[in-house]
Write a protein that binds this ligand. Structure first.
Ligand SMILES: NC(=O)c1ccc[n+]([C@@H]2O[C@H](COP(=O)([O-])OP(=O)(O)OC[C@H]3O[C@@H](n4cnc5c(N)ncnc54)[C@H](OP(=O)(O)O)[C@@H]3O)[C@@H](O)[C@H]2O)c1
Length: 297
């Protein structure tokens, strides 16, 4: 029987534990604060930001939201980040990507104070993660690790194959699974658009992570018997629904289900974990900046 990995349930457990961590912070007079900055008219980005704000409210994190016109000068964003860096009520800063073309994305990533960088994208935090001394693990890869842990899927000695090498998913996840640590110790292969014989590589995976942004691109013939399949993909495809589209993963669920030992659905797999791990990093950030010892799930 294929096990369906329930991201909603694991994320709910994490949120519940975080509520207790937040109570500890509150008892020391600290309310964790997360600032979200939106400089985009993209409806998907607007939805993501409002979901993050709602998540904050639910667990007791102060949400501070800043919106900047997408055609405003880039300086306005840089100044906003400086202000948020200096604000002691703000422990975490999340600048929603993608940004308009006239904004220097690298400059933005570098200008967030690394101790408030709850996305984990600042070069200092990326370097620390690679060196095995992480401060904030990027939310999606960390969420994948937590899902594997929750379902007792052993990474040690496993062949982990990741399809996708982006800075937000593929690369950090590869680095995390590679670490000499209980939730690492995997043998990691990272595939991308120039990989040859992709199916041969994916079939050899004990843990296969699909993060290519290609709707239903991993089919049953690409998955080895009993493999754990983690579908990070979220793709909008045209559909006869009220919104005119539906969300599908990178995995062709119906064709993979028979072969996989365990599989994450879309929606309800990695997505809710990404959101929960942002709250996790914000609580961690509040603890680090106020010297309050908080237990994290
Ligand atoms: N569940 C969540 O919370 C969450 C969070 C973040 C992202 N996502 C979703 O995850 C997916 C990936 O996101 P991303 O930001 O990592 O995407 P991205 O920046 O577009 O990167 C996609 C990666 O996949 C590789 N790729 C594309 N086509 C391929 C093919 N035919 N064969 C092999 N590799 C291929 C690309 O290779 P090259 O490097 O060679 O171009 C690239 O490395 C998207 O659907 C995104 O919406 C979900």
């Amino acid at each position: 029987m294929t096990e369906v990995i329930d991201g909603n349930a694991v994320a709910a457990d994490i949120r519940e534990s975080l509520t207790e961590s937040i109570e500890t912070l509150e008892s020391e007079g600290v309310t964790p604060g997360l600032a979200t900055v939106l400089m985009s008219d993209d409806p998907a980005s607007e939805t993501y930001v409002s979901m993050k704000q709602r998540d904050c409210e639910e667990v007791g994190i102060d949400g501070i939201h800043v919106e900047i016109d997408s055609d405003a000068p880039a300086e306005e964003l840089y100044e906003t980040i400086d202000d948020l860096n200096a604000d002691p009520a703000v422990h975490g800063i999340l600048v929603q990507m993608p940004l308009p073309d006239h904004v220097d994305e690298r400059r933005v990533l570098r200008s967030v104070d690394p101790v408030k960088d709850v996305d984990g994208f600042h070069p200092e935090n990326v370097g620390r993660l690679v060196a095995g001394d992480d401060r904030y693990r990027p939310c999606t890869p960390h969420g994948v690790q937590k899902l594997l842990e929750a379902y007792d899927i052993e990474t040690e000695g496993a062949n982990a194959v990741i399809v996708g090498r982006s800075n937000i998913v593929g690369k950090p996840l590869a680095n995390l699974l590679l670490q000499k640590a209980d939730d690492g110790n995997a043998t990691v292969t990272v595939c991308h658009s120039r990989t040859e014989d992709l199916a041969e590589k994916t079939r050899a995976a004990d843990i296969l992570v699909a993060a290519a942004g290609r709707p239903e691109f991993i089919g049953g013939e690409m998955v080895g018997e009993g493999a754990t399949v983690v579908d990070v993909g979220i793709n909008r495809v045209d559909a006869d629904t009220e919104k005119g589209y539906e969300l599908v993963g990178d995995v062709d669920y119906d064709s993979v289900e028979a072969t996989a030992g365990a599989i994450t659905p879309v929606p309800g797999g990695v997505g809710p974990m990404t959101r929960a791990m942002l709250l996790y990093n914000t609580v961690k950030a509040a603890g680090l900046q106020t010297d309050v010892d908080v237990e994290l799930p």
